[in-house]
Design a protein around this ligand. Structure first.
Ligand SMILES: Cc1cc2nc3c(=O)[nH]c(=O)nc-3n(C[C@H](O)[C@H](O)[C@H](O)COP(=O)(O)OP(=O)(O)OC[C@H]3O[C@@H](n4cnc5c(N)ncnc54)[C@H](O)[C@@H]3O)c2cc1C
Length: 466
C-alpha cells in the first residue's frame, strides 16, 4: 500500500497544525532516527502531530493517498517499527504533555510522552505508575505492549493501570476507550500493541511512590556466576513480591561505586529497589549476602526519577541493538548452565541479559482482564539483548543472542514471548505470545477498528475475516 506523496503534501500541511517534514527539511534526518542505530530508513514525510485532530488528518490523508503509515512514540522498538521507507510517519513526540490530578491520583499524558517526562510530572506529587527501566522509552509503545519495570510487582504492568485512552482509529475517528466507552477497544489496547489505532492520550491510575527510594546492587564475577544465579533464583522471586528486582548478566560499569578491579568485568548483578522504609529494605538484604557473598555491593537511597534513569547509559540512543526473549517458569540449573556457558561469549561489553521476576501484583491479575501477551502464571521474563557500538560487534552479538535463545528454547514456558522484547515480529511467535483464544479475540476487534490492517508496523494482529 505505497505510492508517492508528491502533489498531495501541501494538502496535508494545510490540514495539520503541526509541521510536516520532507527529506529536504532541516529536521528530517533527526526526525527519522530511532533508538536502534542500525535502522536507517527514509520515510516519505514525518507528520509531527500536535493534536488528535492532526493525527486524524494524517491518517485520513495517508489512506486517501494510499501511503503506508507508521506511528512513532518513543522510537524504542528494537526493529524500528516506527519508521519505514516511503511511508508517512506519524511522530507523536510533540504530544507529550502530562497532567496530574493529585487528589484522584491519576495522570493523563500525550501518546508521545517519554517515561522521563511522565515520571518528572508525576513525581512532583510523589506519585508514579509502572514504567520501563530506560527513561527515554515511549510511554506509548511500552504501555500498549504491557510494560515491565521496577514497580511491576507492586502495581502490575503499565497497561494494568490504564483507565482510559483517546484513540484515533483507522477510519480517522477520535474515540474514547474505557471500561464504559468502547470497552472492546479498551481491552485490546492494554497489551495488543499499536494495532487498533493511534493513542493520542493515556489516562493512568497512580500510587504514592518516593520521592526517595531504596536501592541495592550485588555483584558476583563470572567465576562465581553459577552460584550467583542460583542465589538470585532462590532469593529474588521471594524478595520481588514487595520490591522491584532485576537480575542482569552484564559487564560491571566503570562507575564510582564499582571497585576499579571490576570495571567492565563480566558477571551477575542483582538489583533491588525498595519502596517502603530504609529499615524494611535493609531487612531484606541479609538473605542475599548470606546465601552467596558478593564481590561488592552498593546500597543507597536515591530519588525515584534517578532510579528510572539509572540504566540509561547501558543502552544509549544510537547503539546497534538486537534482542530475543522467553518467558520461563523456572531458572533451573539447566537454564543457569546455558547462561553461564554463553555469557563469556558475547563480544560487546554492553550486551546483556536482563531477567525480570514476575511476582506480586503481576500475577494477581486474571489472564483475560487485559490483552497482554503472556501468561500471568509465568515467573520470569528472560531477555537477551545484543547492544553494540559497531556493526562488526553487532553482527557477532546477533549470533550470540540467537545462540543463547535457542539453547533456552526447551525450557521456555510457551512458544511466545513479551511482544515488546521482539526485534522481528514473526507471525507464529506473535500468535503464540497471545495464545489462540486471546489472538482470536484481538483479531475480531481488529476487524472492527482496522479491517484493512492500516496499523501493521507492530506485533501484528491480522483482522479476522468477516
Ligand atoms: C533499551 C531498551 C530498554 C527497554 N526496557 C524495557 C523495560 O524495562 N520494560 C519494558 O516493558 N519494555 C522495555 N523495552 C521495550 C519497549 O517497551 C518497547 O520497545 C516499546 O515498544 C517502546 O515503545 P516506544 O513508544 O518507545 O517505541 P516506538 O518504536 O515508537 O513504538 C513501538 C510500537 O508501538 C507503536 N506505538 C508507539 N506509541 C504509540 C501510540 N501512542 N499509539 C499507537 N501506537 C504506538 C509503534 O507504532 C510501534 O509499533 C525496552 C526497549 C529498549 C530499546
Amino acid at each position: 500500500m505505497t505510492s508517492t506523496i508528491s502533489g498531495g503534501l501541501e494538502a496535508l500541511r494545510n490540514l495539520m497544525t503541526g509541521p510536516v517534514l520532507l527529506p529536504a527539511d532541516a529536521d528530517y534526518d533527526k526526525a527519522r532516527t530511532v533508538w536502534n542505530g542500525e535502522i536507517d530508513r527514509r520515510p516519505a514525510a514525518v507528520a509531527r502531530v500536535q493534536s488528535a485532530g492532526d493525527v486524524a488528518a494524517a491518517v485520513g490523508f495517508a489512506r486517501e493517498h494510499r501511503i503506508e503509515l507508521t506511528v512513532r512514540g518513543g522510537g524504542h522498538n528494537f526493529g524500528g517499527a516506527a519508521v519505514a521507507d516511503g511511508a508517512l510517519m506519524i511522530d507523536l513526540s510533540l504530544l507529550s504533555a502530562v497532567v496530574v490530578d493529585p487528589v484522584a491520583k491519576t495522570a493523563r499524558c500525550g501518546g508521545g510522552a517519554t517515561l522521563a517526562q511522565f515520571d518528572a510530572a508525576t513525581q512532583e506529587f510523589g506519585l508514579a505508575v509502572t514504567g520501563g527501566t530506560i527513561s527515554n522509552t515511549g510511554v506509548g509503545g511500552l504501555t500498549l505492549g504491557g510494560g515491565f519495570g521496577w514497580l511491576t510487582s507492586r502495581m502490575g504492568l503499565s497497561c494494568d493501570n490504564v483507565i482510559g485512552a483517546q484513540v484515533v482509529t483507522a477510519d480517522a475517528r477520535i474515540l474514547h476507550a474505557s471500561e464504559t466507552d468502547n470497552p472492546d477497544l479498551f481491552w485490546a489496547i492494554r497489551g495488543g500493541g499499536g494495532n487498533f489505532g493511534v493513542v493520542t492520550e493515556f489516562e493512568f491510575r497512580l500510587q504514592p511512590i518516593g520521592p526517595l527510594v531504596n536501592f541495592a546492587m550485588f555483584f558476583w564475577p563470572l567465576a562465581d556466576a553459577t552460584e550467583a544465579l542460583r542465589t538470585c533464583r532462590d532469593t529474588a522471586y521471594e524478595i520481588a513480591a514487595t520490591t522491584g528486582v532485576l537480575i542482569g548478566c552484564l559487564n560491571a560499569p566503570p562507575a564510582p561505586f564499582v571497585p576499579e578491579e571490576y570495571h567492565f568485568a563480566p558477571g551477575v548483578a542483582l538489583m533491588v529497589a525498595g519502596f517502603d522504609t530504609p529499615e524494611e529494605h535493609a531487612n531484606l538484604l541479609p538473605r542475599i549476602r548470606e546465601k552467596r557473598t558478593p564481590a561488592f555491593e552498593f546500597v543507597t537511597q536515591m530519588p525515584y526519577t534517578a532510579l528510572q534513569s539509572m540504566l540509561d547509559d547501558s543502552a544509549p540512543w544510537g547503539i546497534w541493538g538486537y534482542e530475543k526473549a522467553h518467558y520461563l517458569d523456572d531458572l533451573s540449573d539447566d537454564v543457569i548452565a546455558a547462561v553461564v556457558e554463553h555469557l563469556p561469549k558475547k563480544q560487546s561489553p554492553l550486551s546483556f541479559i536482563p531477567i525480570f521476576p514476575l511476582a506480586g501484583a503481576f500475577g494477581l491479575i486474571p489472564d483475560d482482564a487485559t490483552a497482554f501477551g503472556g501468561s500471568r502464571a509465568a515467573r520470569w521474563a528472560f531477555n537477551i539483548a545484543g547492544l553494540a557500538p559497531t556493526p562488526e560487534l553487532h553482527a557477532a552479538d546477533r549470533v550470540w543472542v540467537r545462540s543463547l535463545w535457542e539453547a533456552l528454547q526447551p525450557y521456555a514456558s510457551s512458544g511466545g514471548s513479551y511482544v515488546n522484547f521482539m526485534t522481528d515480529f514473526d507471525e507464529d511467535r506473535v500468535r503464540a505470545s497471545y495464545g489462540e483464544a486471546k489472538y482470536e479475540r484481538l483479531a475480531q476487534i481488529k476487524a472492527i477498528y482496522d479491517p484493512d490492517n492500516v496499523f501493521h508496523r507492530n506485533a501484528n494482529i491480522k483482522p479476522a475475516e468477516a
